[in-house]
Design a protein. Structure first.
Length: 240
């Protein structure tokens, strides 16, 4: 059973390793898992991942691999070598790519959780036609979610707005990691599909990725703790 603080993934969307260390030090024991994405990884490379892992933290490597199956399998192995707990790939890469990622993770002693990205939370229904997708966001999320689950992925990345329908359609037994989480007092910024922590957990999300509401807060540890409290309350509500 996941503890509330293990469900919070703090997004280290910062420009340098020194900034990342400061955030982690400030948050302390409030959270256990941190997301390293393209900005920080491009600036600092794999060392920032190794440093976090060696400090006892868990890392979600958010690089959204999307390439031919052999290349993605190699990338997954390299990520697993770093000791990450989670990594993600684009579900739109198709079944062969997804299966290659899953198999590479299974063969590694670290066995990181492979998450498939469905539809980016910055996209809305009106954005899909221009990239050649018919239908709405929900139908595309369900289509890609089913594809990823059939390929063996251990979880999905999707907005909490689609989490309830994913649970209803695909059942239990897999993670749903939700970006675009904003406490009620926070601005949506560039996210089109945002949900509060309580609503996300109630809808069926297992992990919440939160960046700016924590990073931009006057007291990051307090902001993170408040979100963990919201998660704890939502878990109790969902279980009752």
């Amino acid at each position: 059973m996941l503890q509330p603080r293990d469900r919070l993934i703090v997004a280290l969307d910062v420009a340098s390793a020194s900034q990342a260390r400061q955030v982690v030090q400030t948050i302390g024991e409030v959270a256990t898992t941190y997301k390293i994405g393209k900005q920080l990884f491009t600036a600092e490379g794999p060392r920032v991942v190794r440093d976090l892992v060696s400090s006892g933290r868990k890392v979600f490597l958010d690089l959204k691999f999307h390439d031919i199956p052999n290349t993605v399998a190699g990338a997954v192995k390299s990520a697993a070598d770093l000791g990450v707990s989670m990594l993600n790939v684009h579900a739109s890469g198709g079944t062969r790519m997804l299966k290659a990622a899953v198999e590479a993770a299974k063969q590694h002693p670290a066995r990181p959780l492979v998450l498939a990205v469905t539809v980016l939370t910055s996209l809305s229904d009106s954005d899909l036609p221009e990239i050649g997708i018919s239908g709405n966001v929900l139908s595309q999320v369900l289509r890609l979610g089913a594809l990823a689950r059939n390929a063996g992925c251990g979880g999905l990345v999707a907005s909490a707005q689609e989490a309830a329908e994913l649970r209803r359609t695909l059942g239990e037994g897999f993670a749903i990691v939700t970006p675009g989480i904003r406490p009620a007092s926070s601005a949506a910024a560039d996210q089109a599909r945002v949900v509060t922590p309580e609503d996300a957990i109630t809808a069926g999300a297992t992990h919440l990725v939160v960046g700016r509401p924590i990073l931009d807060a006057p007291d990051a540890a307090y902001a993170a703790a408040k979100i963990v409290d919201e998660i704890a309350g939502a878990v109790v509500t969902a279980a009752s």
